[in-house]
Design a protein around this ligand. Structure first.
Ligand code: NDP
Length: 332
């Protein structure tokens, strides 16, 4: 299966080209806003064709699917163009700048009959799949609360637009809160109802927030406490799920690699939980390729991307207004 890359990005270079190839897929095109950048990227990564005109790549009938990893404000127009050309799409998070835009992308894909996936990698992790299974099996009873620790230190090569360009979708909320929203939805099967939040700048953000703490209500009554940041070098990451009969403590699992530890604690004691160590991104790509063949669904669909964005934008609004904000899913 031949793929086109839209965006000559770090995530494509560091994870997704390898993930596509691990699934037997071939990235044959890369399109960037800058032709020299696209050409350099293509040469470095063994991609046959490079260009700066998306329409030319989309007119190539040999390209069946595209992976969009441009900056966030470009996702919508690029996805709509790819869908109109009949290509299947994996789009990076956040899907768009607004919920309405994201809903429009998902609707367009549905009407065109193409597969549309959101690249939420964490739900592909063996660790999160194991946590979800423990919750579903009732090992911790009724879920009372979750605590998500996702305060990291953004490495220098990723700082750019994320810390200084609101117009490109910068800020920790569109960058990391979306992933935490997707993870909580994946683990619990619940869509957050409303949120309160505080956000700020703690040393990196220039015109965008680099740190945020928020509390979300789930329909069951469970509460979620989430912390995302770009400025915490030593905080580590993790998720805790606390229930009436036990707690799941997972450390080091909010990452791009299949690492970390998961422990379940009940009246019977503490037990380490084994989990699969497959590549998160390849797992997601494999599901998309299967979906294109008519077998199953992407692990994170377009609707999942709409919903994670909706939670993140509610968090941003709650932080800006100081009020409790209902999450508006735009009909997704
Ligand atoms: P980068 O900053 O590496 O690249 C984004 C865009 O910036 C590129 O597509 C390119 O524009 C432009 N660019 C980058 N380097 C150059 C250069 N040297 N010269 C000219 N232009 C350049 O983005 P990231 O990989 O960090 O993020 C891309 C997207 O992926 C974002 O939407 C982000 O949210 C998402 N992401 C998702 C992750 C996940 O785990 N799901 C992890 C990391 C990022 P052009 O589009 O014109 O090629």
């Amino acid at each position: 299966m031949n793929w086109g890359l839209i965006g000559a990005s770090t995530i494509a270079a560091e994870h997704m080209i390898g993930a596509l190839r691990a699934c037997g897929a071939d990235p044959v095109w890369v399109v960037s806003g800058s032709l020299p950048h696209a050409q350099r990227f293509a040469a470095e990564h063994g991609v046959a064709r490079a260009g700066d005109d998306l329409a030319v790549m989309l007119a190539d009938p040999g390209v069946e699917a595209v992976y969009i990893s441009s900056t966030n404000e470009k996702h919508r127009a690029q996805a709509l163009a790819a869908i109109a050309a009949g290509k299947h799409v994996i789009c990076e998070k956040p899907l768009a700048m607004t919920v309405a835009e994201a809903v429009g992308m998902v609707r367009a894909a549905r009407e065109a009959g193409v597969v549309f996936a959101t690249n939420h990698h964490l739900r592909n992790a063996g660790s999160h799949q194991a946590i979800r299974a423990l919750i579903a099996q009732g090992r911790i009873g009724t879920v009372l609360s979750l605590r998500v620790h996702h305060a990291v230190h953004l490495p220098p090569h990723l700082q750019g637009w994320r810390i200084n360009d609101a117009g490109a979708g910068g800020g920790v909320i569109p960058d990391i809160t979306v992933h935490d929203a997707d993870t909580v939805r994946f683990l619990t099967g619940e869509d957050p109802v409303d949120v309160v939040a505080q956000a700020g700048v703690s040393g990196m953000g220039q015109g965008v927030e680099d740190s945020v703490m928020s509390v979300w209500s789930l329909p069951s009554g469970a509460m979620v406490m989430a912390h995302e940041s770009f400025t915490h070098p030593f905080a580590g990451s993790g998720v805790e799920v606390h229930g009436t009969e036990g707690s799941i403590l997972a450390s080091g699992v909010m990452t791009q690699a299949p690492v970390g530890q998961v422990t379940v604690v009940t009246a019977a004691g503490r037990q380490a939980v084994p989990f699969a160590a497959h590549d998160l991104y390849a797992h997601g790509v494999a599901a998309v390729i299967a979906a294109v063949r008519g077998e199953g669904q992407p692990s994170a669909s377009g609707e999942d991307g709409v919903k994670s964005l909706a939670v993140a934008l509610a968090v941003r609004e709650a932080a800006a207004s100081g009020r409790r904000v209902p999450v508006g899913y735009g009909g997704a």
